[in-house]
Design a protein around this ligand. Sequence first.
Ligand code: AVJ
Length: 329
Amino acid sequence: PGEPINDMMLETSTAVDPALMEEVRTGLQQQPKRLSSRFFYDAEGSRIFQAIMHVPDYYLTRSEYEVLDTCKASLLELFAPDDRPFELVELGAGDGLKTKLLLDHFSRERADFTYVPVDISADALDGLVADVSQQWPDLQLRPRHDDYFNALDQLSEESDARRVVLFLGSNVGNFSPDEAVGFYQQLHDRLQPGDLVLTGFDLQKHPAIIHAAYNDREGLTRDFNLNLLRRINRDLNADFDLSAFSHYETYSPETGEARSYLVSEKAQTVQIGSLDMTVPFQYGEIIHTEISRKFTRHQIEQLAERTGFSLAGWFTDASAYFADVVFER
Ligand code: AVJ
């Protein structure tokens, strides 16, 4: 008796990121097709990235760890020259290891600081907070579940401790040159004179080393890229055949850009159910997914200069693969 239950009504409603819908709608209609790497990081994508950080070909994480480990004392000296309190504001909740290395050193040295991890993902933040408060029960911890710039806006109202902003892991490499300038200008607007920004920059080096980092023998970079199609299948009810797409990587030593593509291995048509969209692919047609930019010292100095910062510290690993650079407002 009563109304028959409609199949649709039984589907659990999962919250789909509206930005992902917009990205797929517009990106797959462009020529060439594109989908931004900022949608790589669903639960599975974050797991794959964690694994990438441990593969031998992906030198970035190891190199930055070496930089921070060898330079942690000099960094603390720069952050708190006269033992004044500071706020360590980390943009992106951090992968743990590298940040923990700093937290550990600063705690041992009894530095007076508050750790303020900022992330738009509640999951990433919750995990980090649980972990950090367990390892350092006495650490002052003030997590922010927010957009980077909102979080920085609020900080200025809350305290007059010196701010030290961490932007590690070569995340800056995903910006276009204009976006990078915009990003540091926005930081400049929100910081006070004397505040600091520590950024991890991957440096230009032998092109084969960089190419291998994004074309690893374990195939994790491929999985990382293909996972975006898996996510779209799940979140937007699409029917990408993952076995009919491959991963293709280029590195140009002239531009310093590593670029990732997904390539259609046959002529095919994909349905995106939730968007009522049909997407044709030719054999060999690409979807551009990511740019990971590599810098020269000169470019980094120019970036500081153009956005009103001065260069207060330059730290690299023994091979000079990676630089952690301190800008002062
Ligand atoms: C997290 C953006 C720094 O570009 O090196 C790793 C992401 N992409 N392998 C990078 C990534 C492919 C990574 N960042």
